[in-house]
Design a protein around this ligand. Structure first.
Ligand code: SF4
Ligand code: SF4
Ligand code: SF4
Length: 231
């Protein structure tokens, strides 16, 4: 089961040469694709869930190429939603809608062949052909994903914070992880860490990726890393 979750998550991020999230190799007509070959290495797929058990959402903070793209796109974003407000607290839960949709399409619809892009060798030609002949479901999904990624140009890191299905799955593991960036009872809610956090959050709160960027930010020394000491 852990292997299936890991495989599903990696598919969503960078396996497909078209960078189309949550595409099924099993129903793809391209037989020589490197992504299809990689899907045979089940041990590889275990890395993600195991890292989640040990380090929570650290994959997002340290290894995900999708997260890197999202952060680079957000460098000049005019809005960051890095203040405590009802909207900033509720918005991260929006990504569970993305998780439910991705799980439904992948496991219950079985990724029908109509979801698969066309590949004819030349990358740009294949992309053009795919859009030309795509089924509405494929166009919808691609449009939503690209739109949310592009939203990052305006609202910092929007995809990772509010939409990514894999991020929401890892966020579920976050509370159970053994090692993490944590905050202690010395915290006085000054929110200095939140203002510099690329995910607009605080340690141990939704969307914290254990990136460690806030480790030196706390004036009262309330932030630590490793196993959280028992209170
Ligand atoms: S939220 Fe998704 S895209 Fe962003 S870093 Fe995590 S897994 Fe990667
Ligand atoms: S900087 Fe320290 S005191 Fe301020 S909110 Fe963060 S953990 Fe709490
Ligand atoms: S709260 Fe700190 S460790 Fe967590 S994502 Fe933000 S900067 Fe990184």
């Amino acid at each position: 089961m852990l292997g299936i979750i890991g495989q599903w998550s990696f598919y969503g991020i960078f396996r497909c040469p078209f960078v189309v999230p949550y595409l099924s190799c099993q129903s793809c007509p391209v037989v020589t694709c490197h992504g299809r070959i990689l899907s045979m290495f089940w041990g590889f797929w275990l890395l993600l869930p195991l890292s989640a058990v040990l380090f929570g959402r650290a994959f997002c903070g340290w290894a995900c190429p999708g997260g890197l793209v999202s952060q680079l796109m957000s460098l000049a974003a005019p809005f960051r939603l890095q203040r405590r407000s009802l909207v900033s607290r509720l918005a991260p839960y929006g990504k569970y809608l993305g998780l439910a949709t991705a799980l439904y399409v992948y496991f219950l619809l079985g990724q029908p062949r109509t979801n698969v892009p066309i590949r004819v060798g030349d990358f740009f030609g294949a992309v053009a052909l795919t859009f030309e002949h795509a089924f509405p479901l494929w166009l919808w999904r691609t449009g939503v994903v690209l739109g949310l990624l592009a939203l990052g140009l305006v609202l910092g890191n929007a995809w990772c914070r509010f939409a990514c299905p894999t991020g929401s799955l890892l966020d579920i593991f976050r509370k159970l992880s053994i090692f993490r960036v944590y905050k202690t009872s010395a915290c006085n809610d000054c929110n200095k860490c939140l203002r510099l956090c690329p995910m607009g959050t605080r340690p141990e709160e939704p969307n914290c990726t254990n990136c460690g960027d806030c480790l030196d930010a706390c004036a009262v020394g309330a932030i630590g890393i490793g196993r959280k000491p028992q209170a």
